[in-house]
Ligand binder design. Sequence first.
Ligand code: SF4
Ligand code: FES
Length: 248
Amino acid sequence: MKIKLNVWRQKDATSKGAMVSYDLDHVEADMSFLEMIDVLNEELISKGEEPVEFDHDCREGICGTCSMTINGRPHGPQHRTTACQLHMRSFSDGDTITVEPFRAAAFPVIKDLIVDRSAFDRIQQAGGYISVNTSGNPVDANAIPIEKEHADLSFNAATCIGCGACVAACKNASAMLFTSAKVSQYALLPQGQVEATTRVLNMVKQMDLEGFGNCTNTGACEVECPKGISLENIARLNREYLSASLKK
Ligand code: SF4
Ligand code: FES
């Protein structure tokens, strides 16, 4: 396949970026999207040019680092698929593909396609944990009965990989879907009840401090989330927040 790639190039956090076009003549349909960028980078390096910097780790849809907007959609055109799991067979010979970093004030660009998503880490640190007895006498997890429905909903919320596509998809750059997934995975379990009040208050406070926008219920986050995190988690976050505020 022949592909024209328009890629956002930005030297560093303070430089002004711009789109740069590259022609690739030997793209295989079975290459992953990141492998296609690897091929471009090999060509650039062999010509003595700077490779396109992009984040990646697992390349298996698990780590959430391959954050990039492909043809205007976070992670690209394939539903519930991370950029690393997207394959070039999703495109056609002769296509022009535009690749940009995630755009959000709280995710400043570091270089090319890499953005700083440490705001998510700080939201997690504000409450994404539980207290566990590590004195040598821990309670066996299976000793605490949990309703199947709650276990399933909690597990589904816990599949959030922290990629940030929800923020990039939202016109307000809201982090509500991410934060709601992190609150929900504990709110639904007995183990999460000890810190339930402080968790939701502190995580929402940190989310606001990081400069994410407000949720206006457009639902774009749910559509673009590669893990299918449901808007129901945002409704649960709002309920948890209201109840915690009344207990304060
Ligand atoms: S909610 Fe979905 S889109 Fe947002 S960070 Fe989690 S996995 Fe990514
Ligand atoms: S590289 Fe890990 S999810 Fe894409």
